[in-house]
Design a protein around this ligand. Structure first.
Ligand SMILES: Nc1ncnc2c1ncn2[C@@H]1O[C@H](COP(=O)(O)OP(=O)(O)OP(=O)(O)O)[C@@H](O)[C@H]1O
Ligand SMILES: Nc1ncnc2c1ncn2[C@@H]1O[C@H](COP(=O)(O)OP(=O)(O)OP(=O)(O)O)[C@@H](O)[C@H]1O
Ligand SMILES: [Mg+2]
Ligand SMILES: [Mg+2]
Lengths: 232, 232
């Protein structure tokens, strides 16, 4: 699906350089289901935002397999290619949801669905919300919903687009264990049955071990080891 | 510390009533350390907001022991009493932090510290931030910090006030397991050594079992059982 090579990204506050990503290289195949773990502040969200085309790396390459034999470095996308990439190819579940406050739950999902070009956007938006237990909450605004309910809108919005690559940044932090397991099962099924590529940032090592054989560990903006499921 | 009796709270969307709290009764003693668990949408945040004086119940009583033999129903507080209650008596760690975007990490903590009337507010603000691993981030703005870094500012802000009652609404959802354990240890110590009353909403049943003997379970706005640590 993609190969990231030596990706670097720094933030600057005044003249102090914060190396959020300090040379990350990563190979992810189509249909992979991988967990990304690492301490708070280690660069996981920065990596997700760069892979999702929402932020730009300072250096390195991120070569994407666009299907039909085409490969391209996302850093060389034109403005239009980047917009299409974000709307159709990628489904991102943000750590802090980024819901639009003046749209209802249903409208939030529908907006993403329509931009992604899928068929029957309204019906599918309703189906996803219902599947996530929000069937009686279509017309609520985000500020009329609990933390976990908002998180589920963010999840539905990424999935309804039927994207090739799903980037989930701590998608279950505000959900109880029953719903957390439901989300992981949905994501795992998308990988196994629909060949979607799934990267999940999580702090929950038990869930990581339960659902994925492959874990990626990040610390101080670098990979520390690419390892199999930890046996206990 | 307090006794809550038959507390009810509804939200209305149009003419539909959502019973967020449907008659909750709860007794919490000074120095208690209790976990509150329950499904997403069950009323935990609503309960925290009411106990913290940020939202008002529709009916019921919440009788607080203010120390020096005084007891009062927070629903009968005057405007000034409620302001003091929120600033000095209560430390709340919000599920979504509620940091002030135009203040730095240090300024966010200091504001709460000054309002609470504690001595040496600036020094203590720095100490708490350093203790939580943010010693090199005093002057960053919230949007220049990772999710878990922002969460730790929210934690520091509640603790620096040295409050009698700490209400932590999912305080470690964005933290890795090392930092999560550090936070639980800090909170546990505040209860055991400083006799502070601590209520923690969490979805993490393993942490709940590891740190607290007493769990409170909420579902559909009601208590379902008050139970001891689950043995496995
Ligand atoms: N402003 C509001 N208007 C309408 N309904 C609301 C509002 N705020 C919360 N609710 C509803 O009240 C119920 C309880 O919400 P609350 O935020 O207390 O849940 P919670 O237990 O904290 O959930 P979570 O674990 O997802 O954070 C939910 O069904 C929610 O949809
Ligand atoms: N806009 C910014 N300006 C300055 N520094 C930033 C900015 N955004 C992030 N950082 C820093 O970059 C580093 C990586 O941040 P990132 O958000 O990727 O971490 P993370 O691994 O997602 O952490 P968490 O688990 O807490 O969400 C952190 O040290 C953070 O303080
Ligand atoms: Mg993050
Ligand atoms: Mg909540």
């Amino acid at each position: 699906q993609f190969v990231a090579r030596d990706v670097k990204k720094s933030y600057w506050t005044g003249d102090i350089e914060i190396k959020a990503l300090d040379g990350i290289s990563l190979k992810v195949a189509k249909g992979d289901f991988k967990m990304i773990l690492g301490p708070s502040g280690s660069g996981k969200t920065t990596l997700m935002n760069i892979l999702g085309g929402l932020d730009s790396a300072d250096s390195g390459e991120i070569i994407i397999n666009l299907g039909n034999g085409k490969f391209k470095d996302i850093r060389k996308f034109t403005k239009n290619e980047l917009t299409n990439y974000r709307r159709m190819y990628i489904g991102i579940i943000f750590q802090f949801y980024n819901l639009i406050p003046i749209l209802t739950a249903l409208e939030n999902i529908e907006l993403a669905a329509r931009f992604s070009g899928i068929s029957n956007p309204k019906r599918k938006s309703k189906e996803y919300l219902s599947e996530l237990g929000l069937g009686d909450k279509f017309n609520r605004y985000p500020n009329q919903l609990s933390g976990g309910e908002q998180q589920r809108i963010a999840i539905a919005r990424a999935l309804v687009k039927d994207p090739a690559l799903i980037l989930a940044d701590e998608p279950t932090g505000n959900l109880d264990s029953v719903k957390t397991n439901e989300i992981y099962k949905i994501l795992k099924k998308l990988s196994e049955d629909y060949n979607k590529t799934i990267l999940i940032v999580t702090h929950d090592e038990d869930m990581a071990n339960k659902y994925a054989k492959e874990h990626i560990h990040i610390k101080d903006g670098r990979l520390i080891r690419n390892q199999e499921k930890i046996e206990r």
